[in-house]
Design a protein around this ligand. Structure first.
Ligand code: ADP
Length: 250
């Protein structure tokens, strides 16, 4: 029996206010359990917009988005926030709080699933702290748990962001150019870590990436976007020189 897709985009169109072209145009996509998807495309192709549609951060102008079979494009903001707690996300600029410690930043990963008052007073239970410690250990930052994030390297900061995402116990792991500001060696180590976490937690992973070598090395499936359309959806091995010029040339 076919497994149900975790996320499905159906005829999704996004047109930003004031723009005369679609950022996503009649876009269809199904993401299935276990997939490690890398998304290629020039700047402006629509990659970030696609991610923001799949986690309910942006309401499309047209079409439908499903998460675990439920149409989230019908949801109100509180329901969307709940959906997003199932989706860990990391970013190019990490989106951490620089003056707080590694531990404090990682603990903010629990916020979506807690009472507002607990967040306000910064109360964390023993269990939450133990989970945070485990997440910090899984990204190999135990020795740095009390350090302020502003004193860490770029690669370490991204590992903190990964640990924070893990604390959400996500089903889906999303990355919007998470290694774009890291050197190639560090970028490779971050992808390696994401791959290990992806396998261990049986996630659906989708990452926008500039570096074609990383996409080919780690992805089980590659997507390429151009002008808001999906122009490639297939195996990493199929991304030939010819395809690359189609994806990146004018
Ligand atoms: P990518 O992530 O591939 O660089 P984006 O999804 O950021 O592409 O952008 C797709 C298109 O939508 C681009 O033409 C971009 O200029 C436009 N765009 C993105 N965000 C906004 C916004 N908030 N308002 C208006 N236009 C936007």
């Amino acid at each position: 029996m076919d497994k149900e897709p975790i996320i499905k985009l159906e005829h999704v169109t996004v047109r930003y206010r004031g723009s005369n072209k679609d950022a996503l145009a009649d876009f269809n996509l199904e993401l299935n359990p276990g997939e490690f998807v890398c998304v290629l495309g020039k700047s402006g192709a629509g990659k970030s917009t696609m991610i923001r549609c799949l986690n309910g951060l942006h309401m499309p102008t047209g079409g439908r988005v499903y998460f675990l079979g439920e149409e989230i494009t019908k949801f109100n903001e509180p329901a969307l926030r709940k959906v997003r707690t199932n989706m860990g996300m990391i970013f190019q600029h990490f989106n951490l709080i620089p003056r707080l410690s590694v531990m404090q930043n990682v603990l903010t990963g629990t916020f979506g699933k807690r009472n507002d008052w607990k967040n306000l007073i910064g109360y964390f239970s023993k269990v939450e702290k133990e989970e945070a410690l485990r997440a910090i250990s899984s990204v190999e930052l135990t020795d740095h748990q009390y350090k302020r994030v502003e004193h860490l390297s770029g690669g370490q900061k991204q590992r903190v962001a990964i640990a924070r995402a893990l604390l959400q116990k996500p089903k889906v792991f999303l990355g919007d150019e998470p290694v774009a500001s890291l050197d190639p060696g560090t970028a490779n180590r971050i992808f390696n870590l994401i791959q290990r976490i992806h396998k261990k937690h049986e996630l659906v992973t989708l990452i926008n990436v500039h570096d074609v070598t990383l996409a080919k090395r780690y992805a089980t499936r590659v997507l390429a976007l151009k002008d808001g359309k999906l122009i490639y959806d297939g195996s990493p091995d199929g991304v030939s020189e010819e395809w690359l010029s189609r994806i990146y040339d004018e």
